[in-house]
Design a protein around this ligand. Structure first.
Ligand code: ADP
Ligand code: MG
Length: 406
């Protein structure tokens, strides 16, 4: 295959190893500076320029987009997606994982274990938020920090409040997170490629530091992960839309607590700690996937008028429970079931003999009109909000109403 490594650090350990691994396997590989692309929107077909000239054809890219150029970098990756060039990490995946809040919001709905986290903005809400995650000591995080910068451990509620207020006053948003004491100074980095963990290490912080990042002087050792950790890592990467990812997990008393998912994980620490050829695993994975460029299924499938994708949930008491998919009547209504989600399990292309259970979720493609009738009215929770007494809304105050879109 012909592969482009999108990187601004051609001399770095990771880029060097990836390039070497690709060459060793007989692939054609080039390191392209992400910032030298130009997105060409003039013609009828999506195109890219590199250093002012038309870019030649590539089979795949591996984006290594640094934090400082997320916006431009993901725009370049998105353009490659439009050109049907395979990328293991999509522009959406990179954007979602980069912001710690956005990542946590997405992971939370899929039942991934995470440290209790709160996000507030009003001064009056800060103290209750700190209490809600367990009080002091408490961790405060900038949304887009990396390498441990922007992660603070506040020993007392008063100090935490002062730090958060200061950051808010400079227009910085922060996460308030339970300090996972039992894992203080120690965490797990799992390197996920495709649907497996190819290498894992434990990082231990230096001295009395609580952050175990290698850039903060943390030391590393290889570990064999329990199944629960492997599963949390692989599912987190998949949910984020990343096929190459470094998943950071704290070792909680009850099991893994995912902190973040990195879309450009460094390879030096993990290869040294484990002695494994992680770069080779990444290249092998890409070359196996090249035939399947990332496509936006929803966008493509919605092109036929009146058809689209929707997720149908089987609810308690619904007449579907106990029926087989074949007897569910869905096919008769022009609805095809693509996947069945049951708890943490996913059944692709479920067969007609599968019996439906309470809480199953069916990802379907079909006639929107038919599917609409199967989607229950918005949940009670949402209705409750509409029914709040008037005085419960008073605290929105004037500031909110003056920005209302009237
Ligand atoms: P960064 O993106 O800067 O690496 P992380 O969220 O991964 O930010 O945090 C950096 C390090 O701080 C982690 O590797 C971990 O050692 C420590 N840490 C972060 N959050 C917590 C927490 N809630 N409890 C205990 N330690 C934490
Ligand atoms: Mg981290």
């Amino acid at each position: 295959m012909k592969l482009a490594l999108l990187s601004r650090a051609p001399q770095s350990y990771s880029t060097g190893r990836l390039r070497q691994a690709a060459e060793d396997r007989g692939h054609e590989v080039r390191v392209l500076n992400t910032l030298r692309f130009g997105i060409d929107l003039a013609g009828g077909v999506p195109d890219l320029r590199y250093r002012g000239s038309q870019l030649s054809d590539y089979d795949a890219i591996l984006p290594r987009i640094g934090n400082s150029i997320t916006y431009f970098g993901t725009a370049v990756v998105r353009q490659f997606e439009q050109m049907d060039v395979y990328t293991p990490n999509t522009s959406n995946g990179i954007t979602n994982s980069r912001d710690k809040l956005r990542a946590s919001q997405i992971l939370a709905r899929h039942g991934i274990g995470m440290p209790e986290t709160a996000f507030v903005r009003n001064r009056a809400d800060v103290k209750p938020a700190i209490e809600s995650v367990g009080g002091a000591p408490v961790v405060i995080k900038l949304l887009e920090g990396t390498q441990g910068v922007g992660v603070i451990l506040a020993p007392q509620v008063k100090v935490a409040e002062a730090i958060i207020e200061t950051l808010h006053s400079t227009n910085q948003n922060v996460l308030i997170q339970r300090f996972v004491q039992e894992s203080a100074g120690r965490d797990i980095r799992a390197l996920v490629v495709g649907d497996r963990v190819v290498a894992a290490m434990r990082r231990t912080a230096a001295g009395d530091e609580f952050r175990s990042n290698v850039h903060r002087g943390g030391s590393v050792e290889a570990v064999k992960l329990d199944a629960a950790y492997e599963e949390a890592a692989v599912r987190s990467a998949q949910i984020m839309g990343l096929r190459v990812a470094g998943v950071d997990m704290l070792e909680g008393d009850e099991g893994p607590l995912v902190m973040e998912v990195n879309s450009s994980p460094g390879l030096e620490g993990i290869e040294r700690a484990t002695g494994l050829d992680v770069a080779g695993a990444i290249i092998d994975f890409i070359s196996n996937q090249v035939a399947f460029p990332e496509i936006d299924v929803r966008q493509r499938l919605s092109v036929s008028t009146g058809y689209g994708v929707a997720e149908l949930q089987v609810h308690a008491g619904a007449e579907l429970i106990g029926k087989t998919l074949g007897d569910s009547g869905l096919w008769e209504r022009d609805i095809t079931v693509l996947t069945l989600h049951r708890g943490v399990q996913v059944i692709p292309n479920p067969r007609k003999h599968v019996v439906l259970e309470d809480d199953d979720r069916l990802l379907c493609f079909g006639k929107l009109e038919e599917m609409r009738s199967l989607i229950p009215a918005r949940s009670a929770r949402r209705q409750r909000i509409h029914k709040l007494p008037k005085d419960a809304l008073d605290e929105y105050g004037d500031a909110a109403s003056s920005t209302e879109d009237l």
